[in-house]
Design a protein around this ligand. Structure first.
Ligand code: NZQ
Ligand code: ZN
Length: 390
């Protein structure tokens, strides 16, 4: 395993009664707040009124950026930058999921840069060395953006979903109240749950790299947690235990801890980001469609033992002497979980996606070279995997 440095300073306030501490946490950074949020779920479920009451009651001045899109657009980030600069905003409050939090990260870094366009940061035309502080109120268990350093931003003019990443973007404080996720619809619960699993698969688990047994086993326990609780949350949206487990699993799946000592990979994420960039599909759905096909494509004598281990330890299949057959059963069990248990769509063609852009998407996913993965993928491999998803 490689040497590593672990430092995750995000302060997390978890549970039902933590939001009352929001004003004091914000005031540690200033009194002029930009509240960033999505397309309206927080107004429908009452969270908007609750937060506004808390903040204005405590004497905070609140500016607003509503309407952040799922797969947040660079143009929306730029609107937030203008609001921050015009109003001397001191702290950003992101209320929502990965899209809202990522938008807030883009705003935070761009505002203190020399550009008014986040895309200059994405393209490394402008450096970013400091950012406005970010506080988050998480409303969906999925990306882990509430504790990580990355922000994924979409430029639909260019069909590019890319982003920025730096410790300066990591949220300072995060509020996680599982009750806030009771209103997440079944479809988004399913997509978010698979995203949690995919972070573990993609970044560390499905790999030949030597890593700590302890971390590998914790990865498996987090995966088992999602396999257990995602169906419960879908069947009983207000099951606190299920929502709490998913919420904490999502934060820990991508907060650096599980990957200590491994070189990070991004196979299905790189391929999915192209699907979103061209077709604006939901991130977790794209990952669910891709992952079983990717595993089937890379299955060989080298990859089979780990895929089988996943099947036995996480999906509960019975081990036999036939490693290859067990690995196939593991992939089938994962596909069943995605498409039957979670109820997600299984084919790109059902989403109206054909193969017209596959060459361009594959070229971008591997950046014209090889996509580093459990088994490295060249452009033609990626095209083949996309075709398997049709
Ligand atoms: O916009 P609103 O109206 O709030 O509705 C949202 C949105 O439609 C809804 N929702 C969220 N909380 C809700 C709710 N609906 C009812 N009740 C609630 N409590 O859910 C929908 C999806 O929201 P979004 O924020 O897009 O979901 P998610 O958290 O999955 O974020 C996806 C984005 O994050 C990026 C993805 O690529 C995508 O752009 N990622 C960010 C990562 C990171 N920063 O580290 C890593 C990930 O791999 C991922 O790439
Ligand atoms: Zn993801």
């Amino acid at each position: 395993m490689n040497d590593f440095t672990f430092q995750n300073p995000t302060k997390v306030l978890f549970g039902r009664n933590q939001l009352e501490h929001l004003p004091e946490e914000l005031k540690n950074f200033g009194t002029r707040v930009l509240m960033v949020y999505g397309g309206g779920s927080i107004k429908r479920n009452g969270l908007y009124d609750k937060l506004m009451g808390l903040m204005t009651g405590a004497g905070l001045t609140v500016f607003e950026l509503p309407g952040v899109e799922p797969n947040p657009r660079h143009t929306t980030v730029n609107k937030g930058v203008a609001i921050c600069r015009e109003n001397d905003v001191e702290v950003i409050l992101a209320v929502g999921g990965g899209s809202t939090i990522d938008c807030a990260k883009g705003i935070a870094a761009t505002t203190l840069s020399s550009s008014d366009n986040v895309w200059d940061l994405v393209e490394h035309k402008v450096s970013y060395t400091e950012a406005l502080p970010i506080v988050t109120v998480v409303t969906i268990a999925a990306t882990g953006s509430e504790m990580d350093t990355g922000a994924v931003i979409s430029n639909m003019d260019l069909n590019i979903k890319s982003g920025i990443g730096s410790p300066i973007c990591r949220p300072k404080v995060t509020f996680e109240d599982p009750e806030l996720t009771f209103t997440v619809p079944a479809y988004q619960t399913a997509c978010g749950s698979f995203d949690i699993m995919s972070h573990i698969f993609d970044v560390a688990y499905f790999s030949n790299q030597p890593q700590m047994d302890m971390l590998e086993r914790i990865q498996e326990e987090v995966l088992k947690t999602v396999v257990k609780y995602a169906p419960v949350a879908i069947a009983e949206p207000d099951n606190y235990e299920a929502r709490a487990n998913l919420m904490w699993a999502s934060s820990w799946a991508l907060n650096d801890f599980l990957y200590c000592g491994v070189r990070q990979m991004t196979a299905c994420h790189a391929m999915e980001h192209e699907l979103s960039a061209y077709y604006d599909i939901t991130h977790g759905l794209g990952l669910a469609i891709l992952t079983p096909r990717w595993l089937a494509y890379i299955l060989d004598e080298n990859t089979a033992p780990k895929i089988r281990q996943f099947g036995v330890r996480v999906m509960g299949i019975e081990a036999t002497d036939d490693v290859m057959s067990d690995a196939r059963k593991a992939i089938d069990a994962l596909a069943d979980f995605c498409f039957k248990t979670l109820g997600l769509e299984s084919h790109l063609s059902s989403l109206g996606i054909g193969e017209e852009n596959f060459e361009k998407m594959a070229q971008a996913a591997c950046r014209g070279g090889e996509l580093y993965s459990f088994k490295n993928l060249k452009k033609e491999d990626i095209v083949n995997i996309y075709r398997m998803c049709l």
